[in-house]
Design a protein around this ligand. Structure first.
Ligand SMILES: *[C@@H]1O[C@H](CO)[C@@H](O)[C@H](O)[C@H]1NC(C)=O
Ligand SMILES: *[C@@H]1O[C@H](CO)[C@@H](O)[C@H](O)[C@H]1NC(C)=O
Ligand SMILES: *[C@@H]1O[C@H](CO)[C@@H](O)[C@H](O)[C@H]1NC(C)=O
Ligand SMILES: *[C@@H]1O[C@H](CO)[C@@H](O)[C@H](O)[C@H]1NC(C)=O
Length: 759
């Protein structure tokens, strides 16, 4: 104890000394140790530095989570003499709030890894988890157990979450239940829930949090993912679509997304880098939906740094890459003490006002607003944002209350940091139903969290969605190319390999020449690992009616590959997931959406977007052992085409001197070394998709058909072209009637037809 006294005296003395000479005092590390853990300092021992305690998983720092170095050279809060700083074991809220049942074992407190089981009294049935484990983030695994008796109530008993109390025991239409949390727990989620006409409770089940309770990234991803998707899409049942629902964005509405990131000095540079990554991931993910929001993005401390202004979207074509660049290029200056959260909300309010002024009252009604804020909530200037939030609500709700207008405004708060000011932040959220308040320790993995929000059920029908980076794990390649199909044809003792692409859950598109005359569906095997068995049987297949390899024998073309397309119908549809999903094909409505073509779009527009330059970079795949690799090529179009197709004349079996005889307008030509050295196809690549990525979507523009020269060894692989080798791919824009006749056929009940554009 003597040491402690001595130390305080010393600190005070050194402080006096430095106050004299215009230098600020430094804090000291004496007595800062934590039993069972360690700490880090954000700005060494300078004033404004934060000391952040760190404990192993399943423990949390107690009594303080952090301390801040004051200009006087002392820490706030100051270490307590009789409560030494230590790592305490994580506790979960009391589960014995269960009604009409028993919780075992009965304990006064429940700690991490403690297991509990739940049993209902006789005559009562259980919903929820009958056993739960206390998790390291301070929550129970599984879901709230509920014991209830069928009493004919309109809504089911909503139960009582661990650590909570409930008032309200009648569950008829319009009856309300209210929750509060016991002891030093606080409530996150709906404080009040109303039994609705549809038999569901409004809002979301609340939960009781300790200061040491956090949301895991999986929880955030699920909850925020489903919430943001509700903002991005409106789901419409579509009678004859098998999946039962399909995404439709309200076309006449505009979505405005406002993002603010706290960079006050309590937050480190790594935090800012991680936040930037999270923002850019989020906006790219949003762009994969068929919606183009306008963005307002700012960083804030005592000052505000607006990196993307929503006004810029009015008269400029703001592309995703510009927005991302602006976020990434933002550099934090030195002077950023203090946190002015109110200024952020006032800025957003002002921007909304400008939008309203510009578009007028009526059109403003169709605008949706999503505000997303990352902060620890320690605002210390500018006053409370509560009133600004209230004014924003009034503006969007048009002074009406009730769910009809409430769905036009969502305010999500990501409370991030070691020490969070929940009581100040929670009231700032807005929006119905979904969870809007998230409590996280750091932003480190938030970009992954945002990234996975796209994996949810709702978007599974979207063609061409894929991961554009290595996800690790053995299905990483499948997630990059979820549409790829391996095709094996076994006939007369010969086995032939081709590639194909999944174009709908039921159909694989490939080359007709993969199926020699007389091939039967049972000779064909399709491999797509969708988690439901890799090998898919083929029900039937159809080649293009005009495909005839002998059609130009008389014109000295031994093998003629025009119309080299076939569609295989699988016996069972593929189970759609991140690892198995169709590619987008030309002239469908979905492809127009993927390309963000608004209004009544045409096939021509799609083609112009996808094959827009006379050297269009495209990609196809090659099978190497059990995986695939990319081959990069450039389609020679326009003035480049003639020189490219000329090399067809050197192919074996071609004796004409007119290259247009074997290479009709239906082919795209790639290969050669000028101006870029392309890759060249190998025999096993036949039928594979020649594709282009557009943001997070993949669109197939052609399929691999034939080449002038075989430069591959029997094992295939990634092979470079030489001067004279060329490949010819069937341009899918030229075979749309065939695709439509099968895939767009709505005169049958076997599969959901794709919607093709009129022209
Ligand atoms: C609960 O966890 C605490 C702390 O780890 C442990 O001491 C106790 O034995 C556990 N109780 C049960 C019933 O497992
Ligand atoms: C927007 O579309 C909806 C549904 O299609 C329609 O009811 C509404 O009147 C439209 N609003 C405007 C402003 O055009
Ligand atoms: C943050 O990003 C910048 C620019 O990319 C980089 O120079 C810096 O080292 C990064 N800082 C941290 C702590 O990761
Ligand atoms: C909402 O109410 C405020 C104050 O009562 C009023 O100034 C404002 O014009 C109203 N707004 C609308 C859209 O009716």
């Amino acid at each position: 104890m003597g040491i402690s006294v001595h130390w305080s005296w010393l600190a005070a003395l050194s402080c006096l000394l430095c106050m004299g000479g215009e230098v600020r005092c430094e804090c000291t590390e004496t007595n800062m140790q934590i039993e069972g853990g360690d700490y880090k300092l954000t700005k060494q021992l300078k004033a404004g530095s934060m000391l952040v305690y760190n404990c192993p998983e399943g423990y949390y720092p107690y009594p303080a989570m952090t301390r801040l170095c004051q200009p006087s050279g002392s820490w706030r809060p100051a270490p307590k003499r009789f409560t030494p700083q230590r790592c305490r074991i994580v506790e979960c809220p009391d589960p014995s709030v269960l009604e009409y049942g028993n919780v075992s074992p009965p304990q006064e407190k429940y700690f991490v890894d403690n297991e509990t089981t739940y049993e209902c009294y006789s005559g009562y049935t259980m919903r929820g988890s009958s056993s739960r484990v206390c998790l390291p983030n301070g929550k129970w695994s599984g879901s709230t157990p509920i014991c209830s008796r069928d009493s004919g109530d309109h809504c089911a008993d909503p139960g009582i979450p661990a650590g909570a109390s409930r008032t309200g025991n009648i569950f008829g239409i319009d009856d309300t239940v209210r929750y509060s949390c016991n002891g030093n727990l606080f409530l996150v989620g709906s404080k009040e829930r109303v039994c609705q006409e549809n038999g569901q409770w409004s809002g979301k089940e609340p939960a009781c949090y300790y200061k040491h309770t956090y949301d895991t990234s999986l929880e955030v991803s699920e909850a925020f993912g489903s919430a943001i998707k509700n903002s991005l899409t409106t789901l419409e049942p579509t009678g004859d679509i098998q999946e039962g629902r399909k995404i439709r964005v309200s076309k006449n509405g505009t979505l405005n997304i406002y993002i603010a990131v706290d960079i006050s000095e309590s937050i480190t540079e790594k935090h800012i880098n991680d936040s930037k990554k999270a923002i850019t991931t989020l906006i790219s993910k949003i762009s994969a939906f068929s919606v183009n929001p306008n963005y307002e993005i700012l960083f804030f401390s005592s000052d505000m740094f607006e990196v993307v202004n929503i006004v810029d979207f009015w008269d400029q074509d703001m592309v995703l890459s510009t927005i991302k660049d602006r976020v990434n290029n933002f550099v934090v200056g030195d002077k950023n003490t203090g946190t002015n959260l109110n200024q952020v909300f006032r800025t957003f309010e002002e921007r909304m006002g400008l939008i309203k002024e510009r578009v007028g009252e009526e059109a403003f009604k169709e605008h949706r607003h999503v505000i997303i804020i990352f902060t620890d909530g320690a605002y210390n200037m500018g006053g409370s944002p509560v009133y600004s939030v209230k004014r924003i609500k009034n503006m969007v709700y048009m002074n009406n209350t009730g769910p009809s207008r409430e769905e036009y405004l969502d305010i999500y708060i990501f409370a991030i940091g070691e020490e969070l000011f929940d009581e100040d932040l929670k009231p700032l959220t807005a929006g119905i139903g979904d969870k809007h308040y998230f409590r996280m320790k750091d932003v480190e993995n938030l970009h992954e969290t945002f990234d996975s929000i796209i994996d949810e059920e709702d978007v599974k029908g979207l063609c061409g969605l894929h991961k554009d980076y290595d996800t690790g794990g053995k299905d990483s390649k499948r997630k990059r190319y979820p549409w790829v199909a391996f095709i094996i044809v076994q006939k007369d003792g010969i086995s032939k390999k081709c590639l194909g692409s999944l174009v709908s859950p039921d159909f694989v598109l490939t080359a007709a020449h993969c199926f020699p005359f007389g091939t039967l569906p049972e000779n064909i095997i399709v491999e797509i690992d969708d988690g439901d068995g890799k090998v898919k049987k083929v029900k039937t297949f159809k080649t293009h009616d005009n495909y005839d390899i002998n059609a130009k024998v008389e014109e000295k073309v031994k093998e003629f590959y025009d119309y080299d397309v076939a569609l295989l119908q699988l016996e069972k549809p593929v189970v759609i997931s991140t690892a198995a999903r169709p590619i987008c094909i030309p002239c469908t409505k979905e492809t127009s959406e993927a390309l963000k073509l608004v209004g009544a779009s045409t096939c021509k527009q799609q083609e112009q977007l996808l094959l827009k330059t006379h050297l269009e970079k495209l990609t196809f795949l090659t099978r190497t052992s059990n995986t695939v690799n990319e081959k990069d090529v450039h389609a020679k179009l326009g003035e480049n085409r003639g020189e490219c197709i000329r090399h067809a004349l050197s192919a074996p079996g071609i004796d004409t001197d007119n290259p247009e005889v074997p290479v009709t307008e239906n082919f795209l030509c790639t290969g050669g070394r000028n101006p870029y050295r392309d890759h060249i196809s190998c025999p096993g690549d036949s039928g594979g998709a020649v594709f282009k990525n557009y943001e997070h979507r993949t669109i197939q523009v052609a399929l691999v058909s034939w080449g002038s020269k075989n430069l591959c060894t029997s094992s295939g692989g990634v092979v470079e072209s030489d001067d004279t080798s060329r490949d010819f791919h069937i341009n899918l824009f030229r075979v749309v009637p065939f695709l439509k006749s099968v895939l767009g056929n709505d005169d049958q009940d076997e599969y959901a037809p794709l919607e093709f554009l009129e022209i």
